[in-house]
Design a protein around this ligand. Structure first.
Ligand SMILES: [Zn+2]
Ligand SMILES: [Zn+2]
Length: 173
């Protein structure tokens, strides 16, 4: 007979009867199955196992959820993924803001306001049609991160100076 003791969750058993596979000590992602388990309340339901998460929290999870990977942690794993995704989203927002037209126009206006367009290319000093070239590729509102370059210099300075973000043709002058 398994030994019984009471917890806030109900009666737990320190080891399961033979008909239930003993999962004690098995590891699923962040969780390690402890010896305590709860019998299912519903008929045909799954036994819930007490698991200790890597972070120290203890939760009950069913065998199915553990094996299928539905339950990977006490919830801290999902939180971690979520916060990483949020960080990514914020990062990509910053990075892509030249991608949509509104932002494209916004930085165009901004650069014209803050960095006067010279008559000559800032690299070769030749008179030509000039594009504002972003140096770092970050498209931050930093005038030092932009140069007015002729098409030739712009193409030559491959790598970091990739983007022709402002085209004279498009805005006249
Ligand atoms: Zn956890
Ligand atoms: Zn040039």
């Amino acid at each position: 007979m398994p030994t019984l003791h009471d917890t806030p969750e109900g009666t737990t058993h320190s080891f399961p009867p033979l008909r239930i596979k003993n999962m004690c000590g098995e590891k699923y992602h962040y969780l390690t199955v402890l010896s305590d388990w709860l019998p299912s309340v519903r008929k045909g339901g799954s036994t819930r196992w007490l698991c200790e998460c890597r972070c120290g929290n203890k939760i009950y999870a069913t065998r199915d959820h553990l094996i299928q990977g539905n339950t990977k942690s006490c919830g801290c794993f999902k939180k971690k993924i979520k916060s990483e995704q949020m960080k990514k989203n914020i990062g990509s927002k910053n990075h892509n803001w030249t991608g949509d037209d509104a932002s494209y126009g916004a930085i165009h206006l901004w650069i014209h306001r803050h960095k006067r367009k010279p008559k000559k290319c800032q690299m070769c000093n030749k008179r030509a049609r000039l594009d504002a070239a972003n140096i770092s590729g970050k498209y931050e509102r930093d005038i030092h991160d932009f140069l007015w370059l002729c098409r030739k210099c712009h193409m030559k300075s491959d790598g970091r100076l990739k983007s022709l973000i402002i085209r004279n043709k498009q805005y006249g002058k």
